[in-house]
Design a protein around this ligand. Structure first.
Ligand code: XMP
Ligand code: MG
Length: 174
């Protein structure tokens, strides 16, 4: 951890403000409803915790964990469900909450997998979007920040399981 050369990309104040804006938008869009918010473990857990506490609507909460076969910081595109959610979603409004969309492979897989369960609606909220890195087209319904290429940590995001607990988002410097 001490050896990680990094600098702040988004401070906790900037993050808090943006998360509250997203929560306002989501609350408006789901007014009168009660979506099932599905967090993708582990990276999204802090973002999701902040987001749902700023919502003005009730929600239910569940989690999934995915594994993508690939080495280090690059995902290969072969995605499998490592831990499935427990709540049934047929006929329900479902909002996936993910930390980052990068190549788009992980979220494309997850959206397809959940679409097969016939939810009434299915949307995706990502904290960060590395738009330039897409291998397949993928557009999130709600995006915290769009960032350039580069590896980021903190606010739930890790590098080899380090740095998730940090309150700010950092970019790792070579
Ligand atoms: P794809 O390429 O399938 O990958 O869109 C999305 C997943 O890759 C992880 N990812 C990162 N994790 N810092 C991280 O901590 C990053 O800079 C980063 N870029 C991609 C992320 O877990 C996401 O679920
Ligand atoms: Mg992750």
């Amino acid at each position: 951890m001490e050896s990680m050369n990094k600098e702040v990309l988004f401070s906790r104040e900037i993050i808090d403000r943006r998360v509250r804006e997203l929560a306002e938008e989501i609350s408006g869009d789901y007014a009168g409803g009660e979506p099932i918010v599905v967090g993708v473990l582990k990276g999204a857990f802090i973002f999701m915790a902040d987001l749902i506490r700023s919502l003005r609507i009730p929600c239910k909460v569940d989690f999934m964990q995915l594994a993508s076969y690939g080495s280090g910081t690059v995902s290969s595109g072969e995605v499998v469900i490592k831990k499935d959610m427990g709540l049934p979603i047929a006929g329900k409004d479902v909002l996936i909450v993910e930390d980052i969309v990068d190549t788009g492979l992980t979220l494309s897989f997850l959206v397809k997998a959940l679409q097969d369960r016939a939810p009434r609606s299915l949307k995706v909220c990502v904290f960060l979007d590395k738009k330039m890195r897409r291998k397949i087209p993928f557009a999130a319904d709600y995006t915290g920040f769009t960032i350039d290429d580069g590896f980021v940590v903190g606010y739930g995001l890790d590098f080899n399981e380090q740095a998730r607990f940090l309150s700010d988002v950092y970019i790792i410097k070579a």
